[in-house]
Design a protein around this ligand. Structure first.
Ligand SMILES: [Zn+2]
Ligand SMILES: [Zn+2]
Length: 398
């Protein structure tokens, strides 16, 4: 296909620019909600390209839009901008200059690919149909408690409207996939995640007279085994679910029964109906335990990320384009992962396609995401740009 060929040639020509951008972002990482400098670089870059730019969305979000020369669909590309509170260990020349902060999730790659795609496509707009929107989103990494994620804020700021976005796409770097490869899923990509609160209120008493009180520590032990038994044997084993408790607190002194125990956990699922079954089932189970034990038990599920699902039609079209760009054998199928990602807030509203970009040097090794030694292969950048620009340019056709 002629258009794809031209995009691939132009992408090769932008390799130096991709690396320059990536290294600059890598040296000046910023934490979630603090991406002021990054947003400034992004906004100036998009303005210089002649895009219509909006800034200050959901704190530091930036959006740039331009139109092709023919009518068509509005397609959006999302890049996240935040880094992590880690001290970089890799001894690379472009090492982070900010103590204790590092782009250890590859969002510097995402930024670089997003900007270069805006440059590539806006430089050939007379050949393109539709509209192109580039969304640079803050605060993808786990928002603090009670806080909204960057994607939620960007959606609320209207980035999917005016004109309405017909499809949204994004990539994430994958350290366990070779450069030149892409992994994609026709449907579920990542788990939905809830924060779970379990509070057990008993009745304090002397440790020598437990019959005069209600011991919430003992009840919490029963609750935990009942919960895990329910998940193992009351949920169809073909539907993955995980509920892990990462925090438990209660009691003051060894010889006084605690008044109250609080637990906090993370629940993850790959199917909405299973989520409902688990919430209802566990609430019923806890009502029974409360009755039997005499404790008061409150169980709450708070959604932190919806399920991330690709649109199946859009995925099928995207897979064809990616196969042309990479070669069919370099396109791999992604198995749904139990991690989560706030791109799901966009995907819950408009057809979406999220995929994984290989950044492992062939025959080499890259540490995992969120590792202080994470050092992805920059050769992956050009493939990311080819994929992003190739997908946007074809999916915007009427
Ligand atoms: Zn991350
Ligand atoms: Zn990430």
């Amino acid at each position: 296909m002629e258009l794809i060929k031209e995009i691939m040639d132009r992408a090769e020509g932008l390799t130096g620019e991709l690396i320059r951008l990536r290294r600059e972002f890598h040296q000046y990482p910023e934490l979630s909600h603090e991406e002021e400098r990054t947003a400034g670089v992004v906004a100036r870059y998009l303005q210089d390209l002649g895009l219509e730019v909006k800034t200050g969305l959901a704190d530091h979000g930036v959006v740039g839009t331009f139109a092709g020369s023919r009518p068509g669909k509005t397609v959006a590309w999302r890049a996240d901008m935040d880094a992590l509170p880690l001290e970089e260990k890799a001894a690379v020349p472009w090492r982070s200059k900010v103590p204790g902060v590092m782009h250890a999730c590859g969002h510097d790659f995402h930024l670089s690919v997003g900007l270069a795609a805006a440059r590539l496509l806006s430089g050939m707009k007379d050949r393109l149909a539709g509209r192109f929107r580039f969304i640079f989103q803050p605060a993808e990494e786990g928002p603090p408690r009670g806080d909204k994620s960057g994607a939620q804020g960007m959606v609320a700021a209207g980035v999917l409207a005016d004109p309405p976005v017909d499809a949204i796409l994004a990539l994430h770097v994958a350290p366990n996939l070779d450069v030149g490869y892409i992994r994609h899923s026709p449907e579920v990509v990542m788990a939905g995640a809830d924060r779970v609160e379990l509070a057990i209120t008993g009745k304090a008493a002397h440790g020598a007279t437990p019959h005069r009180g209600v011991d919430p520590i003992l009840v919490s032990a029963q609750a935990l085994t009942q919960i895990q038994s329910f998940l193992a044997q009351r949920i169809d084993a073909r539907h993955p679910v995980i509920l892990t408790f990462g925090r438990i607190a209660g009691g003051n002194r060894f010889n006084i029964l605690a008044e109250r125990v609080e637990l906090e956990g993370s629940f993850r699922y790959l199917q909405e109906s299973v989520r409902q079954d688990v919430e209802q089932g566990l609430k019923g189970l806890m009502r029974g335990l409360a009755q039997g034990s005499g404790a008061k038990i409150a169980l709450h599920f708070h959604s932190t990320y919806p399920l991330l699902k690709n649109d199946s039609q859009l995925s099928a079209r995207a897979a064809e384009v990616l196969a042309r760009i990479l070669g069919k054998n370099h396109l791999k199928l992604h198995q749904p992962a139990m991690g989560s990602e706030d791109f799901s807030y966009y995907a819950a509203r408009v057809p979406a396609f999220y995929f994984f970009l290989g950044v492992r040097p062939p025959g080499g090794k890259v540490q995992s995401l969120h590792s202080p030694e994470f050092d992805p292969d920059e050769a992956g950048l050009t493939w990311g740009l080819k994929a992003a620009a190739g997908l946007l340019a074809t999916l915007s056709e009427p």
